[in-house]
Design a binder for this molecule. Structure first.
Ligand SMILES: [Zn+2]
Length: 284
C-alpha cells in the first residue's frame, strides 16, 4: 500500500477482500480504523466505515471499484463504537439503498435513521455465490460480530483483536469473561488470515487470537497476585498492573482492572469489601 492516493489506499487481503485504513479518532496507539470491502460476483459490502470525510469516501469507492462493485449492498458494523460507525451517514447519502446490519445487542445505540437490522451469531450474508457467516464475539463491546469467509478461511475480526498490541476491554461495555470465550470461539474456526479493525492484517493463523487470550489471562494472574498482599483499592491495583502509566490513561486502565474484577467476582474468586466502585477489593 503506497497511500499515495485514493486509488491505491487499500490493501488486498484475499480474493475479493480489501483493507481500507481510514483516519479516525480512536484509542492510542492507533490512528486509523480499517474498513473492509468484501465482494464476490459484483456484489459487495463495506465493514466498519469509521470515517465519512471526502478522502475516506474516495478510498472506499476506489476499493469497491477494484472489486467490480459500483454501489455496495450494505454496511456491516462489527459494533457501534464511534470509530467504527463515523462514515455510516456519509455512505448512506452516497448509496441511498444501503442496508445497515449491526449486532442485535447494540441496536439501541444505532442512530434510528439508519434503519439498521440486528444480526446475531450464525447469521449468513451472501455476496453472489459467496457465503459469509457472522460470529458472535462479545467482550470488547456490549455486542460484537466478526465475519467469517469460510471459503477463504478469512476472519474479519473488528475489535476482537488488534493486528499489533491489544484491544481495550473495560467497563462499562467490556466483559473479560465474554471476551475470553469469544477469542476461543474465533480460534476454533482455525482462520488462515485475521483482518483486524486496527493494525496490520495477520497471516499467521489463529496465533493473534491465542496471544490475546494469554495476554488477558496473564493480566488476570497479575491482579490476583496483587491481591495476595491484602485488600486494595482500584488506584493501587492500577498502579501495580500498569506502573509508569501517564495520568491521562489512568481512567481507561482502571476501567480495564474493573472489568477483570467483575469477572473474578462473578466466579467468586474476588469480593468487593468497600462501599463504592473504588473498592477495596479482596480475595474471596
Ligand atoms: Zn471498539
Amino acid at each position: 500500500m503506497s497511500g499515495a492516493g485514493a486509488a491505491d489506499a487499500f490493501e488486498r487481503v484475499a480474493d475479493g477482500a480489501l483493507r481500507v485504513p481510514l483516519r479516525t479518532q480512536t484509542l492510542p496507539p492507533f490512528t486509523h480504523t480499517n474498513a473492509y470491502v468484501l465482494a464476490a460476483d459484483g456484489v459487495g459490502i463495506v465493514i466498519d466505515p469509521g470515517a465519512g470525510d471526502p478522502d475516506a469516501l474516495a478510498a472506499l469507492r476506489a476499493a469497491l471499484a477494484a472489486v467490480g462493485v459500483a454501489a455496495p449492498k450494505g454496511v456491516l458494523l462489527t459494533h457501534t463504537h464511534p470509530d467504527h460507525v463515523g462514515g455510516v451517514d456519509a455512505a448512506r447519502s452516497l448509496w441511498p439503498d444501503l442496508q445497515v446490519w449491526a449486532p442485535a445487542g447494540e441496536l439501541g445505540r444505532c442512530d434510528g435513521a439508519w434503519g439498521a437490522i440486528g444480526v446475531r451469531h450464525g447469521r449468513r450474508l451472501t455476496l453472489g455465490g459467496a457465503v459469509l457467516t457472522l460470529v458472535g464475539t462479545p467482550g470488547h463491546a456490549l455486542d460484537h460480530v466478526a465475519v467469517w469467509w469460510a471459503a477463504q478461511r478469512l476472519l474479519v475480526a473488528g475489535d476482537l483483536v488488534a493486528g499489533a498490541g491489544s484491544i481495550w476491554v473495560g467497563l462499562p461495555d467490556g466483559d473479560v469473561g465474554a471476551y475470553l470465550s469469544s477469542l476461543e470461539r474465533a480460534a476454533a474456526l482455525d482462520p488462515a488470515v485475521v483482518a483486524p479493525a486496527h493494525g496490520p492484517v495477520r497471516r499467521d493463523g489463529a496465533a493473534v487470537l491465542h496471544v490475546a487470550r494469554r495476554h488477558r489471562l496473564a493480566r488476570e494472574a497479575s491482579l490476583l497476585q496483587a491481591l495476595q498482599d491484602g485488600p486494595a483499592r482500584i488506584g493501587a491495583l492500577r498502579a501495580r498492573l500498569y506502573p509508569d502509566l501517564d495520568e491521562s490513561a489512568h481512567d481507561l486502565a482502571e476501567r480495564t482492572v474493573l472489568a477483570h474484577l467483575a469477572k473474578l467476582m462473578r466466579e467468586r474468586r474476588v469480593m468487593h469489601v468497600g462501599s463504592d466502585r473504588d473498592g477495596p477489593y479482596a480475595l474471596a
